[in-house]
Design a protein around this ligand. Structure first.
Ligand SMILES: NC(=O)c1ccc[n+]([C@@H]2O[C@H](COP(=O)([O-])OP(=O)(O)OC[C@H]3O[C@@H](n4cnc5c(N)ncnc54)[C@H](OP(=O)(O)O)[C@@H]3O)[C@@H](O)[C@H]2O)c1
Length: 327
């Protein structure tokens, strides 16, 4: 292991132009920590917001972004049990993954199945845990219910289609192109609709035989939020999971009363420090992965030094599945 490493460093808030390939000291693991050689890192929309200083946690510059990755354990800090140097693992949480090496707490380390590539393992944690917590923990999805998934061909979207089908839900998938909708159908979506079409509310109502959707995974926000509320069924739950439009949305709370409807937030980060919920999620997800019933959709792959192009790619809505950065 060299004492310096390549990393994407950010000194100020901004878009892809602030990402700098830098030589930084290779971190060493403290007590309870693990040093991992990064083989592949997942690029999430949250990384774009984090770099821009618009995420739910404050960004402290300079920083190395990247919150999920897969790789090989290089060194263990003191007091780490149950992990071994040379082991293939994935990791979730914090920052620092857009680098050749990253240090994480041992409790942030996840197992990797032998059948999974590094890119698949890196594409898994954020999207699949979020999909599970959104549908199962927050919405308490019941088999047979309708779920509408926005940005359904993206990283979270493709994971959500797979988890929704595993939970016995009926899926309406929205995306911005026919190619993206074809991917959604291949993953099991029952109904696919272009999010650009006129009268989307009517189209969703027709597709669900007038019922509306029981659960709506809202990730765009802004002006479309009011439209999402109109798609909800009686006792429908609208999950606020993201705001890719980066625009404010308005809500009229009294309007929820007539249909006994709910609007609820979903954020992965607080769930990560709840051991009981993490255990339940892992127990649900790992057998599905092992059986091949769910399989992370790996999208475009970029070299670490192409991080700015990768950010541009996601911002211009070209990606399907998870964009991967490889050191
Ligand atoms: N709450 C949480 O814990 C959590 C966890 C994971 C993700 N998320 C959120 O879920 C959403 C998806 O995240 P992801 O990482 O999986 O990204 P992604 O879906 O792979 O990519 C973003 C997608 O959002 C759609 N989109 C709509 N308006 C957009 C805009 N103005 N600019 C760019 N994209 C736009 C595009 O799909 P179309 O072209 O098909 O419209 C685009 O492909 C984001 O809002 C993210 O913040 C939240």
């Amino acid at each position: 292991m060299l004492c310096t490493m390549k990393a994407i460093q950010v000194h100020r808030a901004g878009g892809p132009e602030v990402l700098q390939l830098s030589d930084l000291p290779t971190p060493s693991p403290g007590p309870g920590q693990v040093l991992i050689r990064v083989k592949a890192a997942g690029l999430n929309f949250a990384d774009i917001l984090y770099v821009a200083g618009e995420y739910l946690v404050r960004t402290r510059y300079p920083t190395v972004p990247g919150m999920e990755f897969a790789g090989i354990i290089e060194a263990l800090g003191e007091e780490v049990a149950g992990l071994q140097v040379g082991q293939r693992v994935a990791a979730l949480g914090g920052s620092g993954a857009f680098a050749e090496y990253a240090v994480v707490h041992a409790r942030s380390v996840l197992p990797v199945l032998p059948s999974m590539s590094a890119a698949e393992a890196a594409a898994f944690p954020v999207s699949y845990f979020t999909a599970y917590f959104a549908l199962q923990t927050q919405a308490r999805a019941q088999p047979g219910e309708w779920v509408l998934i926005q940005a359904a061909a993206g990283a979270l979207g493709t994971a959500s289609i797979q988890i929704a089908k595993a939970l016995g839900l009926r899926v309406v998938a929205l995306a911005s192109s026919e190619e993206k909708l074809a991917l959604c159908r291949s993953l099991g979506a029952d109904v696919t609709l272009l999010n650009t079409q006129d009268n989307l509310v009517d189209a969703v109502k027709n597709a669900t035989e007038g019922h509306g959707v029981d659960i709506l995974m809202e990730v765009v926000g802004g002006a479309g939020f009011a439209q999402s509320l109109k798609m909800l069924a009686y006792r429908g739950r609208l999950l606020v999971i993201g705001s890719a439009s980066r625009e404010l949305a308005q809500i009229y709370p009294v309007g929820l009363m007539k249909g006994n409807q709910s609007v609820m937030g979903v954020w992965l980060t607080p769930f990560l420090s709840d051991p009981a919920l993490m255990q339940a999620a892992t127990a649900f997800l790992m057998p599905l992965l092992a059986s091949g019933k769910v399989k992370p959709v790996v999208g475009e792959r970029f070299k670490l030094e192409e991080a700015a192009r990768a950010f541009d790619f996601v911002l211009s809505r070209k990606n399907t599945g998870k964009v991967i950065l490889e050191p």
